[in-house]
Design a protein around this ligand. Structure first.
Ligand SMILES: Nc1ncnc2c1ncn2[C@@H]1O[C@H](COP(=O)(O)OP(=O)(O)OP(=O)(O)O)[C@@H](O)[C@H]1O
Ligand SMILES: [Mg+2]
Length: 317
């Protein structure tokens, strides 16, 4: 559906997008993740044909975004970062107007407007003035205008920015529902949002692509070679527990803290084999009570922080 190859964009001397390449198959929901200023909106504006690139190529449904912008725009629904709307229009009037702009034939317009109102939960608001709606409802109107002409591809730039937690969840559910019928690219710097809605995540930092994978794979691949952290709660004397734990092979660090309850908290880091079973056996055989044992896995947030704050490292294939 989307093929981006070696795309770059400079604003004067500032390189905002630096040679990124990725492709998105039809039907996928892709999260575009990166810190402020990473180049997310710039890339999205290029894909929608609102901004020219400095170099590289991008095609949507086989059409080049630079030489065929009309064909491309017909296939795209775009929710820009600041969601510009016509505040003085009524919701359904605005959506009819968008149909006209997007070249929807007159006899299909009512059906499309009804679909968009229904999909975005706006039926009861159809007669209201856009400018008087709450921010969350305006965001829904923004999504409705993005889907009203039945595009193959939705490009949503921070669709939940500024929404309260309940509205964020509703909008997220709406995007997941829209994702069943459309290819979607959404940008965000909110990690739980991306893990909840996207099958695949592209992380960009300072204009460069630093990761491209499924959310769960990102965390797993990041964890590889970094060893494993295990935490246990054990009933027994801290010093005696420490001596037993120290006999387990392959541990780099062992921290034992006595708790007021007479239990102790044990934290270990193992760099090679997974030490969990050996730890459990050692504790139980020594006659201590093993109350809890779990490994700490890297979250997508750990991956994001690591990829966007450390020196950029090549992503392992
Ligand atoms: N019109 C412009 N003129 C000059 N520089 C710009 C312009 N638009 C964006 N930039 C710069 O390009 C870089 C990338 O900006 P972009 O808006 O693409 O980032 P972003 O990833 O969308 O960030 P955010 O999370 O803050 O929305 C930034 O350094 C920004 O200052
Ligand atoms: Mg942006």
């Amino acid at each position: 559906m989307i093929e981006v190859h070696d795309l770059s964009k400079s604003y004067g001397p500032r390189l905002a997008v630096d040679g990124i390449s990725f492709s998105v198959p039809r039907g996928q929901v892709l999260g575009f993740l990166g810190p402020n200023g990473a180049g997310k909106s710039t890339t999205m504006r290029i894909l929608t044909g609102y901004l020219s690139a400095s170099s590289g190529t991008a095609t949507i449904a086989g059409y080049d975004v630079f030489s065929n912008p009309v064909e491309v725009r017909r296939r795209i629904g775009y929710l820009p970062e600041n969601n510009p709307l016509y505040n003085e229009m009524r919701v359904s009037g605005y959506l009819h107007f968008c149909c006209r702009l997007r070249g929807v034939p007159p006899r299909r317009r009512q059906d499309r407007v009804d679909y968009a109102l229904e999909a975005c939960g706006l039926q009861e608001r159809r007669r209201e003035i856009v400018g008087r709606l709450s921010k969350g409802l305006r965001q829904r109107v923004g999504l409705a205008q993005a889907v009203v002409h039945d595009p193959d591809l939705l490009i949503l730039d921070e669709p939940t920015a500024g929404l309260d937690p309940a509205q964020t969840r509703e909008t997220r559910d709406l995007i997941v529902a829209l994702g069943k019928a459309h290819t979607v690219i959404l940008s965000s710097h909110i990690l739980p949002e991306v893990s909840a809605t996207c099958e695949r995540v592209v992380i960009i930092n300072r204009g460069s692509l630093v990761a491209d994978d499924r959310p769960e794979n990102l965390a797993r691949r990041m964890a590889e070679g970094r060893g494993i952290d295990v935490e246990m709660t054990v009933r027994g004397d801290a010093e005696a527990v420490r001596r037993k734990v120290a006999l387990v092979k392959g541990l780099d660090t062992i921290e034992v803290t006595a708790l007021p309850s007479g239990e102790c908290q044990v934290r270990v880091h193992g760099s090679r084999e997974d030490p969990r079973e050996d730890l459990a056996r050692a504790i139980v055989r020594a006659g201590f009570g093993l109350r809890e044992l779990h490994s700490r896995t890297l979250s997508l947030e750990d991956v994001f922080i690591s990829l966007t704050t450390e020196e950029p490292q090549p992503w392992p294939e």
